[in-house]
Design a protein around this ligand. Structure first.
Ligand SMILES: [Zn+2]
Length: 485
């Protein structure tokens, strides 16, 4: 699409993403963060905004936000501070939200995003810390209830520059951000549960060179597909308004996912509506160079850097590398298998294939996957030495997941050593060809594709213990020999 909505219109999109930080307690009090706790059981006078209480900044929230900011190459402010954003709403007991306004934690930087056209760097404007509001619970026609457990949850707001041009770019940006916050251990990144919440600013301009029109802010975007659908709808709506010679209003609209349309919520607030002023109860956030250095030193290799290394240095296919860098625990598992001396492409193939498949069947996380890297390396080593067939190795892996046994002892016990005896193999091939005389005839009349079927039959007869390449060579030799007789 190249940013062009149609021949004469261009969309400009900026995303603001609220990332819930994975701390143990809230940002300004000691209340525990537990999304599954019964409503209003994780509250105290501070997060309920009672008079006379004082907030105390949770330093771990600052450290997690800094991890993300450093990973995005932002410029970190040595001094940042909090402000009060005043508005009245039932989910905000104090009547104001504590947030960073004039002096945010970080500015600039970029989010690296893999797109079909290659890696792109989408610039960021800023990152700042703030507290979350309570949750309004709407249940049927009954009264709206308020759960204050969420009140005071630490958030870092990642404000992207208006540099995206299509709903697909916006979706790729969000996927990359979600992967990064999970990778860094900053957030669980779960959009459905609200750990990642996205607002989008979108405006459509008659041509790329024009200044975009007035921005519309889209709210209630709680899934990546929702963001994409909302943007598609909103860009089409604004384009239509402009094409008819109308004017796009400066407003906030909400996305109705069920109907697939955006609807006006309210006219957009200006910053002055919030009467921001400095928060008098919290000191300035000071960061020493050594503190920043310590956090920077603990940053892991980032997913896109690892992806490049896996492909260039280790010869892994781009697709398999893509899967491996989707989850840090998986990437670490894979690297531990390679560290055992296994050929990287073979290890990648097995981790992306059998290991992921088995984990999906069993459920649970990579950390609780029962076959440790050392044991699967033992299995892959037998495969590398051609002591077992691939089919047999797959069977063995399933048993390894259910026991603490080593691959070699399982192979012995299950009788799965590679069938190596030439005479025995020939015997199996002959038996299969004899049983399928009709098909052999067809093969010789030109149905070459049948060779695969014969190989499959021989593999089955061998209990998966034969080397399929060797069987295929043998089958073809036999069939072609027969043809000459
Ligand atoms: Zn509290």
């Amino acid at each position: 699409m190249n940013g062009r909505v149609d021949d004469s219109f261009t969309a400009v999109i900026g995303l603001e993403v609220h990332v819930q930080l994975q701390t143990r307690s809230k940002i300004f009090c000691a209340c525990e963060l537990d999304p599954h706790a019964a409503p209003n059981t994780r509250v105290c006078p501070v997060c309920l905004g009672q008079p006379g209480t004082l907030p105390v900044l949770n330093r771990q929230a600052v450290r997690l936000a800094l991890r993300l900011a450093l990973a995005c190459g932002c410029e970190i402010a040595p001094l940042s501070s909090f402000a009060r954003k005043n508005y009245f709403y039932p989910d905000l007991p104090k009547g104001y939200q504590i947030t960073q306004y004039a002096f945010p934690l970080a500015r600039g930087g970029a989010l690296e995003v893999d797109t079909p056209g290659g890696t792109r760097r989408f610039p960021l404007e800023r990152m700042h810390l703030e507290e979350d509001a309570a949750r309004l619970v709407h249940e049927g026609k009954g009264p709206v209830r308020i759960d204050f457990n969420r009140c005071g949850t630490p958030l870092v707001e990642v404000v992207g520059a208006p540099a995206l041009h299509t709903p697909e770019e916006a979706a790729a940006y969000l996927r990359a951000l979600r992967r990064l916050v999970r990778w860094l251990g900053v957030s669980d990144g779960n959009m459905e549960e609200g750990s990642l919440r996205c607002d989008a600013n979108v405006s459509v301009a008659p041509t790329l060179a024009d200044r975009p029109g007035r921005r519309v802010e889209l709210k209630n975007l709680n899934s990546i597909s929702g963001v994409r659908a909302a943007l598609h709808h909103e860009i089409a709506r604004q384009t239509e308004v402009l094409r008819r010679g109308g004017r796009v209003e400066f407003e906030t609209r909400s996305f109705d996912a069920a109907a697939g349309v955006t609807r006006p919520m309210r006219s957009k607030e200006e910053a002055s509506d919030y009467r921001y002023f400095p928060e008098p109860d919290l000191p300035v956030v000071e960061l020493s160079p050594s503190e920043l250095e310590d956090i920077g030193a603990l940053l892991p290799e980032l997913p896109l850097d690892l992806h490049r290394r896996l492909v260039r240095q280790w010869g892994i296919s781009a697709e398999e590398a893509e899967v491996l860098v989707e989850e840090r625990a998986l990437a670490e598992y894979f690297q531990a298998v390679v560290a055992e001396g296994i050929d990287p492409p073979l290890a990648a193939h097995w981790v992306v294939g059998e290991v992921l498949h088995l984990r999906k069947e069993r459920g649970g996380s990579m950390e609780s996957f029962p076959v440790e890297p050392r044991r699967i390396a033992g299995l892959l080593r037998m495969l590398e030495r051609r002591e077992i067939s691939t089919a047999a190795a797959k069977k063995v892996l399933v048993h390894m997941a259910a026991t603490a046994d080593e691959a070699s002892s399982l192979v012995r016990r299950m009788g799965l050593q590679l069938l190596d005896d030439e005479g025995e193999l020939e015997h199996l091939v002959d038996a299969v060809l004899l049983e399928n005389e009709g098909l052999v005839e067809k093969y010789r009349k030109g149905k070459g594709g049948l060779a695969g079927y014969f190989v499959g039959q021989v593999m089955q007869a061998s209990g998966g213990r034969a080397d399929p390449q060797r069987v295929e060579a043998m089958v073809r030799r036999r069939l072609d020999e027969g043809g000459r007789q």
